[in-house]
Design a protein around this ligand. Structure first.
Ligand code: FAD
Length: 507
């Protein structure tokens, strides 16, 4: 058996790669195995939302990925040949990645593999996990070729048919939609505008169209239940001929596929020293483009905690808190994608009602105000208990706003660790009284006083304190002169950043 590693990651899809880079960048020893002989050539997910870029940014890859994608300017809705509305993508506030972007999964994975390499890791392709056993100190994994790997922790990022999930005895319940779906990525001679997306709810099914980098398009279509698909390209061409209100002539196909859509959720994401993330824990319809994004965020919020457990002896209960938060998000995402998928496929009076709803929602601006922010999950509040300070409450996301006129943003101050924000000089004045570890390692905790105009833009009262986690989520907050809240914040901070005695970190 080889030397023990800290974390064995099974699966080098977007979830596993993000986790690997996040752990390596924090000094954790990691091995990443994937059963495939080489990187996947399939473009699958194409939509990336701001919070994923924020995770990628902590790894040094956010800007490159954002710049390589097509920025989506609007979404259009057709029912039959009738254009019922256009949702403009106004730049979202509180993030430096203000619009959703279309980028094929192959490119996202390629950039993430390079990022893993930059942090000193490599992917062991052609290595399939077959089974594992865990004990109090770690996990022994057995590969298909008989090799054994000993690791402190095992994370299953091995997709919908996860071997890790099965081995851990975690159930994965749900349902499968009756329709098949087909897609083609390629060059088109078409009237569809390249930087806009389209939902066409047509006579025989739905077509979704979006631009891809390099002038390419994705056409994605439903196939009625019971219809066998032998040729995905022909099926997309038929769906376009039957339903498309705009001209779309295929010039050259770059990739195509046929698939079924499921919605399933794991009942747990942690079993002792075994964790599950990404599609291994939740799968759903691509409606809304949230699958890859949810896996990336599972990984982003696991990386700092698992690194702190391994390197600094953080209480393992933090991994249970991670599980609770991510299952909460996964439940919401599966329900959202299900609702949108059903909306696409409505018939009769329900279809009429949906179209009226979309038309009214767009005309009044309600959809424009609500939908993009909801899909971007910028205002999502995770189930974290504790008092609030103005608009910032535990579980909410700290907006990433400029802090200086020189292009510095709040998240630049995070630097992979925790951040204690004091609102204004009076907030900073409250710090010594709290007895905080002001000499803490800056990689673990930074204490920053933000000017009052910044505090105001965050919706935080002057003299407030706010503890922010490395994933940008508020861990604790204390409004001015709320002594109990300040004491709770201090306790939370000490639990998160104070190293445990050396013997509990021994490998
Ligand atoms: C057509 C389509 C369109 C989609 N569109 C979107 C979209 O627009 N936006 C979005 O966010 N999501 C979308 N998704 C979903 C998205 O592709 C997935 O959510 C994403 O790939 C999940 O990433 P993952 O890393 O968790 O798992 P995967 O990408 O499935 O990676 C799992 C990896 O584990 C490896 N593996 C499996 N078993 C083992 C084993 N026993 N040992 C070793 N390695 C193993 C596999 O080889 C694979 O590389 C779409 C999916 C499809 C099919």
């Amino acid at each position: 058996m080889s030397e023990k590693t800290d974390v064995l990651i099974v699966g080098a899809g977007p979830t596993g790669l993000t986790l690997a880079a996040g752990l390596l960048s924090r000094g954790v020893r990691v091995r990443v195995i994937d059963r495939a002989e080489r990187a996947s050539p399939h473009s699958k997910a194409i939509t990336l939302w701001p919070r994923s870029f924020e995770v990628f940014d902590t790894l040094g890859a956010g800007r490159e990925l954002y710049d390589r994608g097509v920025k989506l300017a609007a979404t259009n809705y057709y029912t039959g040949d009738r254009h019922i509305g256009r949702l403009r993508m106004r730049p979202l506030t509180g993030t430096r990645f203000p619009v959703p972007v279309s980028l094929p999964q192959v490119t996202t994975e390629e950039v993430l593999r390079e990022t893993v390499g930059r942090h000193g890791g490599r992917i062991e392709f052609g290595s399939r996990l077959e089974s594992f056993v865990q004990d109090d100190d770690g996990v022994t994994a057995r590969l298909a070729d008989g090799t054994e790997i000993r690791a402190g922790w095992l994370v299953g990022c091995d997709g919908a048919h996860s071997t890790v999930r099965e081995g851990a005895g975690v159930s994965f319940e749900g349902a499968t939609y009756p329709q098949s779906f087909v897609l083609v990525d390629g060059e088109y001679d078409t009237e569809y505008v390249h930087d806009e997306s389209y939902y066409v709810m047509g006579r025989t099914g739905v077509i979704v169209v979006a631009g891809l980098p390099g002038g390419l398009y994705r056409f994605f279509a439903s196939v009625p239940p019971g219809v066998e698909v032998e040729d995905a390209e022909a099926a997309v061409a038929r769906a376009v001929a039957e339903n498309s209100p705009l001209r779309a002539d295929s010039v050259k196909v770059a990739g195509s596929g046929v698939f079924r859509i499921h919605r399933k959720l794991a009942d747990r994401m942690r079993v002792g020293r075994v964790l599950l993330a990404g599609d291994a824990a939740h799968i759903h319809s691509p409606a809304g483009g949230l699958g890859l994004n949810t896996g990336v965020q599972d990984a982003g919020s696991l990386a700092w905690r698992l690194a702190a457990v391994v390197r600094r002896g953080l209480d393992e209960a933090e991994l249970d808190a991670w599980q609770e938060e991510r299952l909460f998000v996964a439940h919401g995402v599966v329900a959202e994608a299900d609702q949108q998928t059903r909306m696409w496929l409505l018939k009769g009076w329900r279809r009429w009602l949906r179209d009226v709803g979309i038309t009214v929602g767009l005309r009044t601006g309600v959809i424009e105000r609500v939908l993009p922010r909801r899909m971007a999950q910028l205002d999502l509040v995770l189930p974290v208990q504790g008092p609030a300070a103005g608009r910032l409450r535990p579980g909410s996301r700290l907006p990433d706003v400029p802090v200086t006129g020189r292009g510095q943003y709040l998240y630049d101050l995070l630097g992979g660790g925790h951040l204690l924000l004091a609102a204004g000089d009076e907030g900073a004045g409250a710090l010594p009284g709290l007895g905080l570890p002001v000499d803490a390692d800056p990689e673990v905790l930074r204490i920053v006083t933000v000017p009052l105009h910044v505090a105001q833009s965050l919706g935080v009262p002057r003299r407030a304190l706010c503890l922010v986690r490395p994933d940008g989520v508020v861990a604790a907050a204390a409004a001015p002169s709320d002594r109990a809240a300040a004491e709770a914040l201090r306790a939370r901070l000490l639990a998160l950043v104070t190293p445990a005695p050396a013997e509990s970190r021994a490998r």
